[in-house]
Design a binder for this molecule. Structure first.
Ligand code: C5P
Length: 228
């Protein structure tokens, strides 16, 4: 189906301990953010793309893609949900309808495979809710107590790691994010806002190497793969 994209890129990324937000670190001659954008820009069903940037962002204007007419800008906010909502508003201004599909994808997730993207789109095309790429938990999982000791082992067969893109209809995504924000519930991804609204997003198994760069070793790992 045709789809729109919002890339939230207004975070600070303090866990990277770098001199700039992680999406502006280099990977194979380009910034992470440019790789991420490239995964969508040439897709034949892309209707439009918005990147949500921090209000004071000195790095974006230096990128070649800052001049790309296919990319629109929004000003992100203090929470991820604010940044995504700002992106949705820009999409509406571009002519997106309430029933249109919107894919939200982390700026710091540059290794999305085209076959994962296409499977997400195809599987959810007629879905009443939407869903997300996810990966089944592979390690044994422990619930920790405040004392740093194991309280119990969690049944990992029902646990998935939530990745992006996450794909929902514009109107229901906006409503769910606004509800979650006003209720003060923590939404670290878009699906959790939909869940808060009572929906059950579909999990679509994706590749584990679609990782979000969070810590310095994640970038080292991807740099090695990019070179080989
Ligand atoms: O911090 P975390 O890695 O979970 O952030 C995921 C994505 O959300 C990043 O691409 C980050 O730039 C974005 N974000 C945002 N606005 C915020 C916080 C995070 O756009 N206020």
């Amino acid at each position: 189906p045709p789809f729109w994209v919002v890339i939230p890129a207004a975070g600070v990324g303090s866990r990277m301990r770098a001199d700039r937000p992680k999406q502006y670190l280099e990977l194979g001659g380009q910034t992470i953010l440019e790789h991420t954008l490239d995964r969508f820009l040439d897709h034949p069903q892309l209707q439009g793309l918005v990147v949500s940037l921090a209000e004071q962002d000195p790095y974006w204007p230096e990128l070649q893609c800052a001049a790309d007419p296919r990319i629109c800008r929004a000003t992100g906010g203090s929470e991820r949900a604010d940044s995504v909502l700002a992106g949705l508003q820009v999409l509406s201004g571009l002519g997106a309808n309430e029933e249109d599909w919107v894919l939200v994808h982390d700026a710091a997730r540059p290794n999305l495979a085209l076959d994962d993207l296409n499977r997400l789109l195809a599987t959810l095309a007629d879905d009443p809710v939407g869903g997300l790429l996810a990966v089944p938990a592979r390690d044994t999982l422990k619930r920790a107590g405040a004392d740093g000791r194991v309280q119990e082992t969690v049944d990992r067969s029902v646990i998935w790691q939530a990745f992006t893109p996450q794909m929902f209809r514009l109107g229901s995504l906006r409503a769910a994010l606004m509800d979650a924000l006003t209720s003060g519930v923590a939404v670290t991804d878009e699906a959790s806002a939909l869940e808060w609204a009572g929906h059950h997003p579909r999990l679509i198994e994706g590749r584990a190497d679609n990782l979000k760069i969070t810590r310095p070793e994640d970038l080292t790992w991807l740099q090695q793969r990019w070179q080989s």
